[in-house]
Design a protein around this ligand. Sequence first.
Ligand code: ADP
Length: 166
Amino acid sequence: MKICICPGSFDPVTYGHIDIIQRAAELFDHVYVAVLKNPEKQSFFTIDERLEMLHVSVKAMANVSVESFDGLVVEYARKKGALAIVRGLRAVSDFEYEFKLAAMNRNLAPDIETVFMMTSSQFSFLSSSAVKEVASFGGDVSQWVSPEVAQRLYAKYQINERGRRD
Ligand code: ADP
């Protein structure tokens, strides 16, 4: 059985993430979407909120599970019996960071491969932080996140149905 993990913060999950998860699910027998529980990194949504939004987003994908993890990604991958860590690449700007991360992980665990997937062109400028910024001003985020995620974003930013802060 070929298993991979898709690790990330997913703060919150976007259609860019879903696209990568869906494509990974076509290549691997099972995909573990692994949400990083990092007390050091301030997140906008709590770990439980991020997990709930992901659960809803992947519920139609039979070979995808969602879990949280802390500690080293390679250790989590090993625990799951994964042979690969799948990461998405958007612009050249992602490359340097991802290159370093992949090199570190390769040093720590030479048996676990990092696999990069190019973003689909319509998502190449999409990031969780950009979505949060637009939502905070009451902008329309429906082309980037599910209605469920959009609703949670507006609720957190106290944006009402007229697109204004209460
Ligand atoms: P991290 O904090 O680990 O970068 P993210 O939640 O931002 O976590 O991203 C998780 C993974 O999803 C990363 O591999 C990232 O490159 C990828 N990703 C995020 N947005 C997109 C997108 N629009 N297109 C393709 N991949 C993406």
